[in-house]
Design a protein. Structure first.
Length: 250
C-alpha cells in the first residue's frame, strides 16, 4: 500500500504574481485519495493574475512546471473558490511520506505569506517572528476557522517547538478539535500539553478539557478520573472549581 502521509495543510502556500493588486486568501489544503486539493480565493482589483506554486520536498525544489497540477494555476481570473489539484502519484509513483514546504517568488522578488505576513525565506532560515506567527494563528482561531487555525498552530510548533508560546499553541490545537466536535483527537492533543509542557501554565486547562472531551464521548469513568486529578493537583484554581461543579454540582 502506497504511503501518502503528507503535511500539505501545514506547509503550503499560493501567491498571486506579479501584482499585489490580486491577493490569495482563505487557502485550504487537503488530501483527497491520491491527490492533493488546494482551494483558495484570488481577490483584488485586477481581472486576472499569475498564480505560481513551488514545493520543496526533502530538500528538493519543484516548480509548477515540474508537477502534475490541474486547475487554477498559471493565469487565473480573480474570484472565489479557485481549485488546484496535484496528482501526487504521477510525480511520486512510490508514494510520499514527507513534509511539503513552500517558497513563493516573482521576478526575483519574494512575496510574504498572505496569512501571516512572514517572508518564506525568513521562515526557512528560522528568522520568522514567533509573535507574528502565533498571533496570526490565534486570529484565525477567533474567527472560528478551526481547521485552518489547527494547521497554523501546528506550523508554528514545527518552527518554534520550545518557546513561551508553544504550550499555548498546543492547547489551542486541542481546542480546535474540541470545538469541531472531534473529541478523540482533542484528547490526544490535550495530552501533548501535559506530556510536552509539564511546567507550562496550560496543563490544568488541558486536563479539564480532556475531562470534558471524555464526557462528550460518554466515557464518564475516564472523565471522572481526569476531573478528580484537576481538583487534586490544582486545588485553588478556577479549573478545579469548574471540575468540582461538573462532578458534584456545587
Amino acid at each position: 500500500m502506497k504511503k501518502l502521509t503528507i503535511l500539505l495543510a501545514l506547509l503550503f502556500l499560493f501567491a498571486a504574481l506579479p501584482l499585489p493588486a490580486a491577493e490569495v486568501k482563505n487557502t485550504v489544503v487537503r488530501q483527497v485519495g491520491n491527490r492533493g486539493q488546494f482551494t483558495y480565493d484570488l481577490l483584488g482589483d485586477e481581472p486576472e493574475a499569475e498564480v505560481d506554486v513551488t514545493l520543496t520536498i526533502q530538500g528538493k525544489e519543484y516548480k509548477a512546471a515540474d508537477l502534475h497540477l490541474e486547475g487554477d494555476c498559471g493565469k487565473v481570473k480573480t474570484g472565489r473558490g479557485r481549485v488546484i489539484w496535484w496528482n501526487i502519484l504521477q510525480d511520486f509513483p512510490r508514494g510520499l511520506d514527507a513534509a511539503v514546504k513552500w517558497r513563493v517568488e516573482a521576478g526575483g522578488k519574494e512575496f510574504k505569506d498572505a496569512a501571516t505576513g512572514i517572508s518564506p525565506k525568513d521562515a526557512i532560515k528560522g528568522k520568522t517572528d514567533k509573535e507574528s506567527v502565533y498571533a496570526a494563528a490565534y486570529e484565525t482561531f477567533k474567527e472560528g476557522k478551526y481547521d485552518k487555525a489547527q494547521g497554523e498552530f501546528q506550523s508554528f510548533l514545527n518552527q518554534f517547538p520550545n518557546t513561551e508560546y508553544s504550550d499555548n499553541a498546543q492547547f489551542w490545537i486541542g481546542e480546535c478539535y474540541f470545538l469541531g466536535k472531534k473529541y478523540e483527537k482533542a484528547i490526544l492533543e490535550y495530552e501533548k500539553v501535559v506530556k510536552n509542557y509539564p511546567q507550562g501554565d496550560k496543563v490544568s486547562y488541558a486536563l479539564l478539557k480532556q475531562g470534558f472531551s471524555f464526557l462528550e464521548l460518554g466515557d464518564k469513568s475516564s472523565a471522572k478520573i481526569i476531573l478528580q486529578q484537576v481538583i487534586k493537583d490544582y486545588p485553588n484554581t478556577n479549573q478545579a472549581s469548574i471540575a468540582r461543579v461538573k462532578l458534584y454540582g456545587n
